[in-house]
Each structure stands twice: as C-alpha cells, then as structure tokens.
Design a protein around this ligand. Structure first.
Ligand SMILES: N[C@@H](CCC(=O)N[C@@H](CS)C(=O)NCC(=O)O)C(=O)O
Length: 218
C-alpha cells in the first residue's frame, strides 16, 4: 500500500494513525504542497490523503480508513449515528479555524516545505484566512478561542472521547486535528489533553515527524 500525504494535514494524520494502530506496512510519500500533477493524475483532484490499495486510489480519509479497518477496531458504525457524527464535526470545525490560523505560519517553516511549496501554500491559504503576517499579529486572540473549545472538549474526554473506554474513529478524527498544535511554540496542552494524545500516540505507534528522519531533510 502507498500513502501520499502532507505532514500538516489532519485528514492525512487520520490515515497514518490507523495504519499505525493496525500495524499495516505501507510506503509513505510526502508530496510537495505545490505538486498538482501527482494527485490530479491519481484521482483527478488536488487533495490528499490518497492511498493506493490493491491498485485502486482512494482519496477520502474515512473511505480509506473503512477499507483498512476491515475488522472494525475503531467502531466505525459510529459514523452512521448522525447526531454523534454531527457533534464531532462541530468540534472539528470549532477547533479547525483557530488551529489553522495559529499553525499555518509555523507549519510552512517545517522540513515539509521548501521555498516553492511555501510560496504556493501561503498564497493559497491567504485567500481564505488573510495575510500570514496578520495571522501572526492575531495569535493571542486565536489562542484564546482555541482554549475555550479545548476546555469544552476536555469535559467530554475520559480515557477516550465521549468517555469511551476504547479508542474509536472519533478519537482518530479529533486527535488528528490537534496534532499540528505540537508545532506551535507558545501553546501547551492541558495535562489531561496531553495524556489523551499520548495514549493515542502509544496505541497508534504514531510519530508525527517520522518522515523527516532521512538525510534528504538535512
Ligand atoms: N474530505 C477529505 C479532505 C482532505 C483535505 O481537505 N485535504 C487537504 C489538506 S488538509 C488538501 O489536500 N487540500 C488541497 C489543497 O489545499 O491544495 C478527507 O477527509 O480526506
């Protein structure tokens, strides 16, 4: 199996978490963000993650996960429970805005980007979020908003989300959105949220920076 992904992309992280949880071997390809040709050729849209499984290219994270998790370790039927799914989608959209506003100006300086992909990313994302220098100036405002939503989320976490005792697909979806914050220099998770992420990291044998462990980055 082959995974095409971006390190910073929470939807890509979803798939990496599940691959780790299920201990499935795969070839990892981190695409440069400005590479439009490869995803277009594989699926007809510039969107990652893309996973090649049995010669078929899938590009929706939850479709990929459904295919990988054939033994239903993650309670995938939760995705058919519309109110519960809506609750999770609401959490993701509340968290997503401040996380992206906070982290995008930092993500572009990680080894994932070179000057071409950085320029491409900044130009594309500025159209939606505004100029990156302004995002930097508004950091404390975004941090405050994020903390409000994290505090709300924290109340719903026991061992796992919704006070579940086992990891579910909802934990995969929620934690994937949070991982990017580990690259923000002025942010710290509460002890409880940190323990939650560490628990998932251990179960999924997840290393956010795994793909950077080769000489091409240094
Ligand atoms: N619904 C898709 C969403 C994937 C997605 O939004 N990927 C973003 C990166 S986070 C992307 O590839 N965007 C293309 C671009 O911004 O050029 C999934 O769950 O896989």
């Amino acid at each position: 199996m082959k995974l095409y992904h971006y390190i910073h992309c929470p939807f890509c992280v979803r798939v990496r978490l599940v691959l780790g949880l299920l201990k499935l071997p795969y070839k990892s390809t981190v695409l440069p963000y400005h590479d439009e040709q490869t995803p277009m050729k594989l699926t007809g849209v510039k969107m990652l993650p893309i996973m090649e499984i049995d010669g078929q290219n899938l590009n929706e994270s939850l479709d990929i996960i459904a295919k990988l998790d054939s033994e239903n370790r993650l309670n995938l039927e939760l995705l058919n429970d519309k109110p519960s799914l809506q609750k999770v989608e609401d959490i993701l959209s509340k968290l997503g805005a401040p996380i992206h506003n906070l982290c995008m100006p930092y993500w572009v300086w990680t080894p994932e980007f070179d000057s071409t992909s950085r320029r491409y990313f900044i130009e594309k994302k500025s159209k939606k979020r505004g100029p990156f220098d302004q995002l930097m100036q508004r950091q404390s405002e975004f941090l405050e908003t994020l903390q409000i939503h994290l505090d709300e989320l924290e109340e719903q976490i026991g061992l796992f989300f919704d006070h579940q005792k086992e990891l579910t697909i909802f934990d995969v979806m929620i934690s994937s959105h949070l991982w990017g914050m580990t690259l923000h220099p002025e942010f710290q998770f509460s002890e409880k949220m940190y323990e939650y992420l560490k628990r998932i990291k251990a179960l999924c044998e997840f290393d956010y920076h795994e793909d950077y462990k080769s000489s091409q980055y240094f």
